[in-house]
Ligand binder design. Structure first.
Ligand SMILES: [Zn+2]
Ligand SMILES: [Zn+2]
Length: 133
């Protein structure tokens, strides 16, 4: 699978198989996703590579920060994030060239922080925070 940011300055290729697909309702993802949940898939770090451009990365200062977010320095699109202690890259599904190939999330996470207007399909397993890995 291939994808990239909105302007095209940052492009990536995924060669690894997704190990986890979910929608995240955490407060930080609400900021990045525009208000709804952030739909993502986790792929092994060695199966993800940028082939055009270099991302800027941002890590919010603070002891409770667990994620580093990678985005295009030109158009600002966040394409991926990495979580401490996991050898995975969380790819934002909206940045795929063909988002339909994603098919759908398998879990809803951080539902403790969800808004009343967020949608979670009835048959989707939900987790208050990050699921056990
Ligand atoms: Zn861009
Ligand atoms: Zn989140």
């Amino acid at each position: 699978m291939k994808g990239g940011c909105y302007c095209g300055a940052l492009r990536y290729e995924i060669t690894g198989r997704p190990v986890f697909k979910a929608q995240c309702h955490c407060r930080a993802c609400q900021s990045f996703a525009g208000g709804a949940a952030n739909v993502f898939m986790a792929v092994p770090a060695q199966g993800f590579a940028y082939d055009t451009g270099e991302p800027k990365s941002y890590r919010k200062p603070g002891e409770d920060t667990v994620a580093t977010r990678e985005f295009c320095s030109c158009c600002g699109t966040q394409v991926a994030s990495r979580r401490d202690g996991l050898d995975l890259v969380m790819v934002k599904v909206g940045t795929l060239d063909e988002p339909a190939a994603y098919k759908g999330p398998k879990a809803a996470i951080y539902v403790a922080e969800k808004q009343s207007f967020h949608f979670i399909p009835e048959d989707l397993p939900s987790f208050e925070g990050f699921p056990p890995v």
